[in-house]
Design a protein around this ligand. Sequence first.
Ligand code: GSH
Length: 204
Amino acid sequence: MMTLYGQVMSRAQRCLWLLEELGVEFEHEKVNQNAGESRTPEFLKINPNGHVPALRDGDLVIWETIAINWHIASRYGAGSLWPDDPDQQSQIMQWSLWMTTELEGLLVDYLRHAMVYPEEKRNPALVEAALANYPAPMKVLDDHLQGREYLVGDSFTLADLNVASMMGLVDVYKQFDNSAFPAAVAWLEKMLARPARAKALART
Ligand SMILES: N[C@@H](CCC(=O)N[C@@H](CS)C(=O)NCC(=O)O)C(=O)O
């Protein structure tokens, strides 16, 4: 049986949502990164970066959210969240990596420095930069979603999940001005309303 390490209020939410979508059995170790539990000598043997999430599947240990979800979806979601078409698989990787490289950094900066960190640890310059840099990738997303229901093909895939989950983490996207991105917001609200996400969020 697989074991997923990481509490739901972290990037582990992405993996928990996927596991709930697929209905596969797994054990959940709610490693709390805010309490230093991802930095213990024991956990560093699982992920030497000291981060959650991490996944154990038999003898295999994987870290990095996108790689974990690729592993889970390609093995346990083939034909559904992970389509058989190799071109669609490439597009899924494109959108997943786009999120982590174009948008995720600024979302995390905003989340930490405007919402989570105590006042004395906050850096207002990072919040300003996040607000300034948000529209460019969002326009790309919004343009792509004109006339489309899903990011890749005509059904829900890992691409939708990997992108929406990060924007939905403590609803961080609502902190930004989305008035110019109605297609992206409509898509996001639909994705975030999926029952499997609610199941993942209940794993507190
Ligand atoms: N690129 C990594 C980032 C992982 C990451 O930074 N996780 C955060 C929680 S969302 C963490 O574990 N922070 C605690 C720490 O670094 O001590 C991934 O996507 O898996």
